[in-house]
Every structure is written in structure tokens, then in C-alpha cells.
Design a protein around this ligand. Structure first.
Ligand SMILES: Nc1ncnc2c1ncn2[C@@H]1O[C@H](COP(=O)(O)OP(=O)(O)OP(=O)(O)O)[C@@H](O)[C@H]1O
Length: 250
């Protein structure tokens, strides 16, 4: 999908009456039960809730990894819930960056090649993609590890490569599913600092997390239960966020 079909006005993400059902009959699960959501451009939103409450499902639908059973998903003014597989794949390549708990790097590619790949898929020239990968690895503090395979990196380093990869196509929105779930405190602080820095580039971030310290970097926190939003909290920006990060390292 050409990125020019995305609008630069209005919210980054919006849903209306969003429902997702899995299975049928007695096995029917209402993973999402009519979700209304709007995420402003540049906003950081945290989504919390018990296991099975629908957090990952919501993230998948927002990023076009799956299509809903009912309802609308809008990304940058474009309605995406009815798009076919190919159009959704193009949209993801152009406008979305994903960060997963289990990193999902390609084992046979170096850190640099992993970061280059989304830029190449988004249509960047090989030379520009390599340059961008270098800049991003530098930004995540891994310029010296560019030629390493993921197996030669620590968990925290792998996740920093994964964050660099998520930024490679200059996405409008970054969707992170438990990005610190497999990391120790110091690595968590590193990854949070990186995710927090997306504000500087005006990128929109949605983070699913079980960790209140991770949610503390958000502007707004939504709590889910049984496929619905049960509470919404606006968080105050400022020193609290940085002391949370400092506390993680202590
Ligand atoms: N592909 C699937 N097929 C069937 N059921 C599914 C599928 N994906 C999710 N579900 C069900 O939908 C509900 C919501 O799942 P989801 O993964 O979104 O929850 P979650 O809040 O992210 O949980 P967790 O915190 O454990 O990751 C759960 O009951 C889950 O079992």
C-alpha cells in the first residue's frame, strides 16, 4: 500500500465496535468485546490486564496482523479491517513496527542484516537501508555488534536489535507486546529508555505489559478484562518516569 494513502491528520489509531471471536459453540471465546479506542499521534499508550484479557489480540488487530470478527480499525485515517492479506502486509511494511517479548530476530542474519530487512522491504535502496541500520544500531548502543548473529548477543542486546529493526521502516506506529518480559532490570531500563525516545520523533507507541514500571513511561494506561476496557488512567509526565527507570537499574 502506498504510504501516501495514509493521512497526516487525525489520530494515529482508532477502533470502533471492535470484536474478535475465536472458536465456536461451547469453545467460543470473545477475545475482544466491543473496543472503542483512539490513540493520538505521538502518544504512548500502555495496555495492562490479566492473562487472557485480550491485550495481544488488540495489538495484533491494530497492526493488521489479524482481521477482526466485527468492527473497525483505522490507521492514520485509513480503514484497514477489511483489507486483504497482501494489502495488510504492505501496510505493515510501510507504517508499523513490532517488538515482541521473544525478540523474533532471524537467527541466520547478523544484527545489521536484521535491522536492514524492514527498510529493504519498505522499498529503501540497499545503500540507504545499510546506512539506516548503522544509524539505528548506533542509537541502540550496538554499533560494535553489527556483525554478530543473534545467538552471540545477550537477551537485552537482542531486544535492542529488535527495537532498531522495528524502527527501520520509519513506522508511524510501534506496537510492543511485553517488550521487557524476558529481560533483567538493567536491560529493561535500556529498552524502556529507547521506547521512551520515540517521543522525540513523534512516533506513536502502544505497549502491552504486565509490568507497572513499563507502563510508567506511558501518557495513558488502559486496563482490560475479558475483552473490554475497564479503566483508563492518564499518567503525568515528568520526573516520575525517569526515577522509575533509575529505580530499575538500582
Ligand atoms: N488464535 C487463537 N485461537 C483461539 N483462541 C485465542 C487465539 N488467540 C487468542 N485466543 C484467546 O483469546 C483470549 C485473549 O487472548 P490474548 O492473547 O489477547 O490475551 P492477553 O491478554 O494478551 O494474554 P497474555 O497476558 O497471557 O498474553 C484468550 O482467552 C485466548 O485464549
Amino acid at each position: 500500500m502506498p504510504s501516501e494513502s495514509l493521512s497526516s491528520l487525525g489520530p494515529a489509531l482508532r477502533t470502533h465496535g471492535l470484536r474478535m471471536r475465536y472458536g465456536q459453540g461451547t469453545g467460543l471465546v470473545n477475545a475482544l468485546d466491543g473496543v472503542e479506542l483512539e490513540v493520538a499521534r505521538g502518544e504512548t499508550l500502555a495496555v495492562m490486564g490479566p492473562s487472557g484479557s485480550g491485550k495481544s489480540t488488540l495489538l495484533h488487530l491494530l497492526g493488521g496482523l489479524e482481521r477482526p470478527s466485527e468492527g473497525e480499525v483505522w490507521l492514520a485515517g485509513r480503514r484497514i479491517d477489511g483489507l486483504g492479506e497482501k494489502a495488510l502486509a504492505r501496510l505493515r511494511r510501510q507504517a508499523v513496527g513490532f517488538v515482541f517479548q521473544a525478540f523474533h530476530l532471524m537467527d541466520e542474519l547478523t544484527a545489521e542484516e536484521n535491522v536492514e530487512l524492514p527498510a529493504l522491504l519498505a522499498g529503501m535502496s540497499p545503500r540507504a537501508a545499510r546506512r539506516r541500520a548503522g544509524e539505528l544500531l548506533d542509537r541502540v548502543g550496538l554499533a560494535g555488534r553489527a556483525g554478530h548473529l543473534p545467538s552471540a548477543l545477550s537477551g537485552g542486546e537482542r531486544q535492542r536489535v529488535a527495537v532498531a529493526r522495528a524502527l527501520s521502516n520509519e513506522p508511524l506506529v510501534v506496537l510492543a507486546d511485553e517488550p521487557t518480559g524476558n529481560l533483567d532490570s538493567a536491560a529493561t531500563a535500556d529498552v524502556l529508555r529507547l521506547l521512551d525516545s520515540l517521543r522525540e520523533t513523534g512516533q506513536t507507541l502502544v505497549i502491552v505489559t504486565h509490568d507497572a514500571r513499563v507502563a510508567a513511561i506511558a501518557d495513558r494506561l488502559i486496563s482490560m478484562r475479558d475483552g473490554s476496557f475497564v479503566e483508563e488512567t492518564r499518567l503525568t509526565r515528568g520526573g516520575g518516569r525517569l526515577s522509575e527507570l533509575a529505580g530499575l537499574e538500582g
